[in-house]
Design a protein around this ligand. Structure first.
Ligand SMILES: Nc1ncnc2c1ncn2[C@@H]1O[C@H](COP(=O)(O)OP(=O)(O)O)[C@@H](O)[C@H]1O
Ligand SMILES: [Mg+2]
Length: 304
């Protein structure tokens, strides 16, 4: 089961992504990134975080520990932004904490350009994303981090943020376990990912028993309001059935046709030219920085 901790100090909000998680300290002396139940993404995002994250861990991928974090909004009263305080106010009780990786760097397009992630590691991550229909591990929003970065050990690739996975849970009645997804812009698509080898290795590990064990980690409170279901266990069962059926149907969704870096660059250039054509003359002189990150040290040479 996920460990439970109580938040003892609110440090700061993380505004990079959309859900405004908070960095906190807890009564076990740990530091965590907390995703709040009151965020616009809602409880389903937290359910996806638990199911996909724990599946990643069970398959041997690097993923920080998750904890159930008891949070009293009074502890973050000093937060200066009204909208963040409102988010906290709507999140009293159990939220989701992820072990904070101190000094970790986002895996940006700049890092990815010199990418040397091994084909099998890239294949395993893409395979997990395809299985769990994760639409948020793209070139521009990788939800991958490099850690550690201070030379104490070789830097490695870590998975974070699976809140946008399991998209089928937004429309259970239309969910199709054989559905293929477009992974052309996956953050690791240009690393010659070996998804076929990953499929052979990982598919037999995703047993119904494993899925049931993982679904049991999701707190009842995040499953009680699901339309069309009468109990949390019924919802858990739906996740297990969908993912069991999908893993058996991998031939239907295995993403194999990844564009090369050159093809992606050509696509991007075409898109930029189209944007440029639609601009008035004065705006044409403003550089198009879409998707271009700040310069950053290349950590990827150490990845393996
Ligand atoms: N466990 C972690 N350790 C260190 N930094 C993190 C961790 N989790 C998230 N971050 C930082 O916070 C940012 C936003 O987190 P993320 O989980 O992607 O939230 P969102 O749902 O807002 O996209 C990440 O891009 C990363 O920079
Ligand atoms: Mg994110």
């Amino acid at each position: 089961m996920l460990r439970e901790v109580t938040v003892t100090r609110y440090v700061e909000p993380l505004r990079v992504g959309g859900s405004v998680p908070g960095v906190v300290e807890a009564d076990d002396l740990g530091t965590y990134v907390v995703k709040f139940t009151g965020s616009a993404q809602g409880r389903k995002a937290l359910v996806a975080e638990v199911i996909v994250g724990e599946l990643a861990r069970a398959l041997g991928l690097r993923f920080p520990e998750l904890v159930l974090a008891h949070f009293d909004p009074a502890i973050a009263e000093h937060e200066p932004h009204q909208e963040v305080r409102e988010l906290h106010g709507a999140s009293a009780g159990v939220n989701l904490g992820m072990d904070y990786l101190p000094g970790a760097k986002d895996f940006t397009p700049e890092v990815a350009k010199a990418c040397r992630v091994a084909p099998l590691e890239a294949g395993r991550i893409i395979w997990l994303d395809a299985l769990t229909v994760n639409v948020d591990r793209t070139v521009h929003s990788s939800n991958l981090m490099i850690w550690p970065t201070l030379g104490i050990a070789p830097p490695r690739l870590w998975l974070i943020d699976h809140g946008a996975a399991l998209v089928f849970h937004h429309r259970w009645d239309a969910s199709d376990p054989t559905k293929a997804y477009d992974f052309r812009h996956h953050a690791l698509g240009h690393c010659t990912p070996d998804v076929r080898a990953a499929d052979v290795e990982l598919a037999p590990k995703v047993t119904e028993e494993l899925l049931r064990r993982i679904a049991a980690e999701v707190p009842d409170a995040w499953l009680t309001t699901e339309d069309g279901f009468t109990s949390p266990d019924e919802v858990r069962d739906a996740y297990v059935r969908y993912l069991s059926a999908r893993v058996r149907a991998s031939a239907a969704w295995l993403p194999t046709d990844f564009p090369t870096r050159e093809e992606l660059a050509a696509e991007e250039a075409l898109r930029a030219a189209r944007t440029q054509r639609g601009r008035p003359d004065w705006l044409k002189r403003v550089p198009d920085l879409h998707g271009k990150p700040a310069a950053e040290q290349d950590w990827s040479v150490h990845l393996g």
